[in-house]
Write a protein that binds this ligand. Structure first.
Ligand SMILES: NC(=O)c1ccc[n+]([C@@H]2O[C@H](COP(=O)([O-])OP(=O)(O)OC[C@H]3O[C@@H](n4cnc5c(N)ncnc54)[C@H](O)[C@@H]3O)[C@@H](O)[C@H]2O)c1
Length: 379
C-alpha cells in the first residue's frame, strides 16, 4: 500500500511539473523565425501570385517588402502583406490597373494611379521622374488614386540609383491629429531623401509622427502589450504606452507642432497638388470596403546640372565626415548619419537572415494555407 501511495504521489508530482513546464513554455513569447531575404521575397511573391497579381507586380511588391525587412524596417516589410492580400481579395485595390499619365508639362507630370497596386504605380512614376530630370535637370511627378507603396526609401533609392537625388513623399490614412487636436486629420505622411554616393550617401526616411504606425501594429501582431512613451495618444489626446489604447487612439506628431507642419507640407505637395483624396477622404490598408486613394510625390534632381559630380561627392564626403567626427555625447559611442543604422542592419541580415516576428509569420502561414501556397522552411 505504502509503495502504491509513493508511486501515485510521484506520478502526480511529475504531472504537475509537466503542466507547469507547459504553462511556462506557452506563456513565453514564440521566437522570431529566421529566413534568407530571397526566400522571404519568393514566399511573398507566391502569395500575391495566388490572389491573381501578375508575376512582374508580385515580384516588385515582394522585393519592396523584403528590402524593408532587410534594412530592419519591419513595420514596412512582409507584415503588410496580409493587409495587401485582403485589399485585393475584397476588390479594394485593383491588381490589373497600371494607371495613366494625366498630363506632362516640362518638368511636371501628373499620374492617375487608377487604384492600382502602390508599388506598381511608384515604379512607373520613378521611371518618369528620372527620365524627365535627365531632360530638364529636375522633375516632379505627382500620383493620385494610388495605394500603399511600402517604405518610402525603396522609391527614393530607385531615383538615387540612377545618379540623381531622390525625394519621395506620400500622404497616408488619417490617424494623426493636428497638434493640440484630438481628432485624426492627417496620416503619418513620410518624407524621404536619398543621396547617391556609396559610402558618402545619405538616406533619410521618416514618418512625420514619432514613429510609423506599423511599429505599433508590429507590437500588436507580436503580442507586445506596451510601446515606448511618446509614440501615441489615447482618444482624448493624452499620451499612452498601452498598445491596445494606442491603436484605438492617435499617433503623436513628430516634435509637436513642427511634425504637424511637416505632415501638412506633405499633404499639400502630394494630395492638394494631385487633385486626389485629402485628409479624412482617404481609406487605409486595414479598412475594408473603401479605396485607399493616397497621393505620392517623386522628385528627381540631376546633380550635374548644379555641380560637377566629382565635386558634389567630395563635398558630401566632407559634410558626412564633419558630422561623423563629432565627439559623441555621454552614453553614445559614435555619431551616425541618416541611413547608417539601416545599412548596418542590412549587412547583418544579409548574412544571418531576416527575423520575422511570430505573429507576422503565423499570419503569412495562415494565408499560405488558405491559398495553397507552399511555406518555405525556416530556422
Ligand atoms: N507608406 C506609408 O504610408 C508610410 C507612412 C509612414 C511611414 N512609412 C515608412 O515607415 C518607415 C519607418 O519610419 P520611421 O519614422 O519610424 O523611421 P525611424 O524613426 O526608424 O528612422 C527615421 C530616420 O532616422 C534615421 N536614424 C535613425 N537613428 C538614427 C541615429 N541614431 N542617427 C541619425 N539618424 C538616425 C534613419 O536612418 C531614418 O532615415 C519608413 O520607411 C517610412 O517610409 C511609410
Amino acid at each position: 500500500m505504502a509503495e502504491y501511495t509513493r508511486c501515485t504521489t510521484a506520478i502526480f508530482q511529475l504531472a504537475r511539473i509537466v503542466i507547469s513546464f507547459h504553462k511556462l513554455m506557452s506563456s513565453m513569447p514564440n521566437p522570431d523565425v529566421l529566413i534568407p531575404a530571397v526566400d522571404l521575397a519568393a514566399f511573398a511573391a507566391s502569395l500575391l501570385d495566388a490572389v491573381g497579381v501578375s508575376p512582374a507586380k508580385s515580384k516588385l511588391v515582394a522585393e519592396s517588402l523584403a528590402a524593408a525587412n532587410l534594412r530592419g524596417v519591419d513595420s514596412h516589410g512582409v507584415q503588410l502583406l496580409p493587409y495587401y492580400i485582403e485589399q485585393l481579395e475584397w476588390g479594394d485595390m485593383d491588381a490589373r490597373a497600371d494607371g495613366c499619365v494625366v498630363s506632362e508639362n516640362g518638368a511636371c507630370l501628373l499620374y492617375d494611379g487608377q487604384n492600382g497596386i502602390g508599388q506598381a504605380v511608384a515604379e512607373i512614376c520613378c521611371r518618369h521622374a528620372v527620365r524627365i530630370a535627365r531632360n530638364h535637370g529636375l522633375s516632379m511627378v505627382v500620383a493620385r488614386d494610388s495605394n500603399h507603396f511600402g517604405a518610402t526609401a525603396f522609391w527614393a533609392q530607385k531615383i538615387s540609383a540612377a545618379g540623381h537625388i531622390g525625394i519621395v513623399m506620400c500622404n497616408a490614412s488619417p490617424i494623426v491629429p493636428p497638434w493640440q487636436g484630438r481628432e485624426p486629420r492627417v496620416g503619418t505622411n513620410p518624407i524621404c531623401m536619398s543621396v547617391p554616393g556609396g559610402e558618402k550617401a545619405w538616406l533619410l526616411d521618416m514618418a512625420t509622427t514619432t514613429v510609423a504606425a506599423g511599429r505599433i501594429f508590429k507590437a500588436l501582431i507580436n503580442g507586445q502589450p506596451s510601446i515606448p512613451s511618446g509614440w501615441a495618444m489615447d482618444s482624448e489626446g493624452l499620451p499612452t504606452t498601452d498598445t491596445q489604447t494606442a491603436l484605438k487612439g492617435l499617433l503623436m506628431p513628430l516634435g509637436g507642432y513642427k511634425g504637424s507642419g511637416l505632415a501638412l507640407m506633405v499633404e499639400i505637395l502630394c494630395a492638394v497638388l494631385s487633385g486626389g483624396a485629402m485628409s479624412t477622404e482617404l481609406g487605409g490598408i486595414r479598412i475594408r470596403g473603401k479605396q485607399v486613394r493616397v497621393s505620392q510625390t517623386f522628385i528627381s534632381i540631376d546633380i550635374a546640372r548644379f555641380l560637377p559630380l566629382d565635386e558634389f561627392h567630395a563635398r558630401m564626403g566632407q559634410l558626412i565626415g564633419s558630422i561623423k567626427s563629432t565627439a559623441p555625447a555621454k552614453g553614445y559611442d559614435e555619431v551616425l548619419v541618416a541611413g547608417e543604422p539601416e545599412w548596418r542592419m542590412e549587412q547583418e541580415r544579409r548574412e544571418a537572415g531576416v527575423p520575422v516576428g511570430p505573429g507576422t509569420w503565423k499570419a503569412l502561414c495562415e494565408a499560405a494555407d488558405r491559398l495553397s501556397v507552399i511555406v518555405p522552411s525556416v530556422a
